[in-house]
Ligand binder design. Structure first.
Ligand code: ADE
Length: 226
């Protein structure tokens, strides 16, 4: 099973490089995911290729027009069915691991990146099935959010991560933060790795990691334990 992500943007050049490195690149190379960028300007019908216009009622900031977005989404939908048409926006549902886990089994998704004051409300009413924020702060556009969402989903696709990079021990799986990790040397400038990790006692090590994950979560993110 392969995932396909279609990202609609006015800034495709902002999107490329994160997909050309590390785990996302490997997932694409392995054929486990396809990511396609669609430049909204290619769908404009006016000579200036503008994608935005002044807002009705007045006020600062431009609004992205419905026509290029409609035509782009219509073209994609004529080629395949989509599980969700997602709009990245600070007033969307805040992304978390549970949402990523659920969405990682989708086959086809569209991610629309907003800019300026956002898109004409009719785009949201007519085409968007899910609105996602990556946190309570405002970015200059939805592109960075689309990268964050794509990364969170792609690493969960079966076959993308190896045993060594398994998602099962990540923070937020089981609503716990990850325990601390150490590597060689066992002592550096007098700073020691906890003895239990060097003990070779698998059950004790598991117990220590569980205890540390719980302690760490209680200290930093008590809200996760509620
Ligand atoms: N676009 C602008 N700010 C955003 C945010 N916080 N999350 C997702 N998309 C955005």
């Amino acid at each position: 099973l392969k995932m396909r992500i279609d990202i609609i943007t006015v800034l495709p050049e902002l999107l490329r490089s994160p997909f050309e490195a590390s785990i996302m690149k490997r997932a694409i190379d392995k054929g486990l995911v396809e990511v396609h960028f669609h430049n909204l300007r290619d769908y404009t019908l006016n000579k200036q290729k503008s994608v935005d216009d002044y807002q009705f009622g007045g006020g600062a900031g431009m609004v992205m027009m419905i026509q290029p977005i409609d035509d782009c989404i219509a073209k994609l939908k004529s080629e395949r069915d989509y599980d969700e048409v997602i709009y990245m926006t600070p007033d969307g549902e805040t992304l978390n691991q549970q949402m990523a886990n659920r969405m990682s089994s989708f086959e086809n998704i569209i991610i629309l990146c907003g800019h300026y004051k956002g898109v004409d409300q009719r785009v949201r009413d007519q085409f968007i099935t899910k609105e996602i924020s990556i946190g309570d702060y405002v970015l200059s556009g939805g592109e960075l959010g689309a990268i964050v969402l794509s990364d969170a989903l792609i690493r969960l696709i079966p076959g993308v991560l190896s045993d060594e990079t398994s998602a099962l021990t990540d923070s937020f799986q089981d609503n716990l933060l990850a325990p601390p990790v150490y590597t060689r040397p066992a002592e550096y400038k007098g700073w020691k790795v906890p003895d239990v990790l060097l003990s070779g006692h698998a059950a004790k090590i598991d117990k220590w990691r569980e205890d540390m994950a719980y302690e760490h979560t209680k200290n930093r993110r008590p809200d996760l334990l509620e």
